[in-house]
Design a protein around this ligand. Structure first.
Ligand code: UT7
Length: 331
C-alpha cells in the first residue's frame, strides 16, 4: 500500500520526572550490577516519579511544550489521544486530565491501550482522523508511570523500566510539502500473551483480590522468550513496510525503534544493515518507557538536529500482548 502523505507531525515535546534512578542505586536494592544491566540492556539510568507525583503532570507538560513549539493554542486542538498502560486513574482517563490541564476546550479525549506499541497505534489513529477531516489537529501523547507497576524485588524486571511522556501534534500537510505519514502496520498476536503480563487490578482480579499472588499485581515477564518474539516481529514489520512501499533499508534516514533493550535495537540495525548514525538510541538515559519511548526518542532526535523535513523515518515497536506496529513517514 502506498498513499500520498496527508497527515504530518507539526511538532514534538517531552517531559520526564526529575528523580533519576541509576544502575548503582539498583545495586543497593536487588542483587544486580551496573555491568550486568549495561551489558544486557544498554540502560544506565531511568527517570521515575517521586512518591506523590502523578504521570498526568508530565503528559500535560509534554503536551504544552509540543503545542507551544508548533505555535498552536490549546483551543485549536480537536482530539487528544493518550497511549498509556498506567494512567493516573481508570476513570477519568489520562487524556481527559490532559484536556483539562491544557484547557483544550474543544478537544475530544480518550486513552488507547496497546502496551509499548501504543504510541504508534495512536499515531495511526490520528492519521486516519486527519485523513477523514483534514482541518483536524490531533495531540498524540505516550505517557507511562511503569515504576508504579514494577516489582522492586524482581531483578529481572525492575532494572528495565522508566517513567516519562512524549507528545506530537498531528495535522494536515500543506500542498507541495514532502512531509507526512506514508504507511503503517498495526499488528497483534495473542497466542503467547502469558509471557508478559500485568494481571492484577483489572476486572478479572480487582485490587486486593487474594486469589492472585501479590507479584501478579506488577509486571511479570519471561524476558528471554519475549526477546525472541521482539526481534522477529520488529524485523518483519520493518521489512514489510519498506517492501510494500518500494523502498530499501538504505533509503531510511532515521530508524526510531522502541527502546526496550539495546541488544534488540542492535539486532534490528544489523538486519537492516544500517550504520549506527541512522538509528536513534536513548535507552541509556530513560530505560524502557513503553508507550512513551518512541515520542521521547523522536523529540530528542529532532532537538539533536537528526531530522530534517523530507527525511524518511521508520518507527517500529513491540510490546506485551503481543502488539507490534510500524509507521513510515517523511519528516
Ligand atoms: O517493552 C516490551 C517488551 N520487553 C522486552 O522487549 C524485553 C525483552 N527481554 C530482554 O530485554 C532480556 O531478556 C532481559 C534484559 C529481560 C534479560 O536479559 P537476558 O540476557 O535474556 O537474561 P536472562 O533472562 O536469560 O537471564 C540470564 C541470567 C540469569 O541467571 P542464570 O539463570 O543464568 O544463573 C538471570 O537470573 O541473568 C540473571 N539475571 C540478572 N543478573 C543480574 C536476570 N536479571 C538480572 C539482573 N542482574 N538484573
Amino acid at each position: 500500500m502506498s498513499s500520498k502523505p496527508l497527515a504530518y507531525i507539526l511538532s514534538t515535546g517531552m517531559a520526564v520526572p526529575k528523580k533519576v534512578l541509576t544502575n548503582h542505586d539498583l545495586e543497593r536494592m536487588v542483587e544486580t550490577s551496573d555491568e550486568w544491566i549495561t551489558e544486557r540492556t544498554g540502560i544506565k539510568e531511568r527517570h521515575i516519579l517521586e512518591d506523590g507525583e502523578v504521570i498526568s503532570t508530565y503528559a500535560i507538560e509534554a503536551g504544552k511544550a509540543c503545542l507551544s513549539s508548533a505555535g498552536v493554542a490549546p483551543e485549536e486542538v480537536d482530539l487528544i489521544i493518550c497511549a498509556t498502560l498506567t494512567p493516573d486513574f481508570l476513570m477519568p482517563s489520562l487524556a481527559i486530565l490532559v484536556q483539562k490541564g491544557l484547557k483544550a476546550e474543544r478537544a475530544g479525549a480518550f486513552d488507547l491501550s496497546a502496551t509499548c506499541s501504543g504510541f504508534l497505534y495512536a499515531l495511526a489513529m490520528a492519521n486516519c482522523v486527519v485523513a477523514f477531516k483534514p482541518s483536524s489537529k490531533v495531540l498524540v501523547i505516550g505517557a507511562e508511570a511503569l515504576s508504579r507497576k514494577t516489582n522492586w524485588q524482581d531483578r529481572s524486571t525492575c532494572v528495565l523500566f522508566g517513567d516519562g511522556a512524549g507528545a506530537v501534534l498531528v495535522g494536515r500537510a500543506q500542498e507541495g510539502m514532502n512531509s507526512g505519514i506514508i504507511d503503517f502496520i498495526l499488528g497483534a498476536d495473542g497466542s503467547n500473551w502469558e509471557l508478559l503480563t500485568l494481571k492484577g487490578g483489572g476486572s478479572a482480579f480487582p485490587p486486593f483480590d487474594e486469589r492472585l499472588p501479590k507479584e501478579d499485581y506488577y509486571i511479570k515477564m519471561q524476558g528471554r522468550e519475549v526477546f525472541k518474539v521482539a526481534v522477529r516481529m520488529m524485523e518483519k514489520v520493518a521489512l514489510e513496510l519498506l517492501e510494500r512501499n518500494n523502498l530499501n533499508p538504505e533509503d531510511i534516514d532515521l530508524l526510531i525503534p522502541h527502546q526496550a533493550n539495546l541488544r534488540i535495537i542492535e539486532y534490528l540495525r544489523e538486519r537492516l544493515n544500517l550504520p549506527k548514525e541512522k538509528v536513534m538510541v536513548n535507552i541509556h538515559k530513560y530505560g524502557n518507557t513503553s508507550a512513551a519511548s518512541i515520542p521521547i526518542a523522536l523529540h530528542e532526535a529532532s532537538l539533536e538536529g537528526r531530522l530534517k523535513r523530507g527525511d524518511l523515518v521508520l518507527m517500529v515497536s513491540f510490546g506485551g500482548g503481543f502488539t507490534f506496529a510500524g509507521v513510515l513517514m517523511r519528516w
